[in-house]
Design a protein around this ligand. Structure first.
Ligand SMILES: [Zn+2]
Length: 155
């Protein structure tokens, strides 16, 4: 079951644990301000029933009124495979930031680095993702995933 923490400082809901059919999303549903910012950094899984509940929340709001922040790689995979998770009958979610798998070729360090979606630029057919530096050796790290595959959800 998911635990919620609302931090007024960031005006954001942090959801930790697994979002499933037993998750109590009442705190999110009764939030009246716009946008609703949901942070998935500490979310470990999203089941089918959890997904349905999140979609119901999105549908109850105007188009663009829900934002997803700090989506882990497994959630990004879901967004790419299930586009209607973030487009519920025309009520679209703004995905603001995602974790991207990077690897340092020199010291083999694997890191999921946070990337803001507004930093991802289209240059012709190429997608430019901001460079990340290795925390151990400070060299430039390479993305472990194909940017075209990973950012399908951007449309
Ligand atoms: Zn390194």
């Amino acid at each position: 079951m998911a635990d919620f923490e609302y931090r007024a400082k960031d005006d954001m809901f942090f959801v930790s644990g697994k979002i499933d059919g037993r998750s109590d999303l009442a705190a999110l549903a009764s939030y009246t301000k716009t946008p609703v910012r949901i942070n998935f950094r500490e979310t470990t899984a999203l089941t089918s029933l959890g997904m349905k509940m999140v979609r119901d929340l999105i549908h109850a709001r105007p188009d663009g009124a829900v934002e997803f922040h700090e989506c882990p790689p497994y959630l990004v995979d879901m967004l790419n495979i299930i586009p209607n998770l973030i487009d519920v009958d025309g009520h679209r979610v703004h995905v603001r930031s995602v974790y991207v798998p990077f690897r340092c070729q020199d010291c083999s360090l694997d890191v999921d680095a946070l990337v803001r979606t507004d930093e991802v630029k289209k240059k012709g057919h190429e997608l430019a993702v901001p460079a990340k530096r290795c925390q151990k050796c400070a060299r430039a790290m390479g993305m472990e995933v194909d940017p075209h595959d990973y950012f399908i959800f951007l449309g």
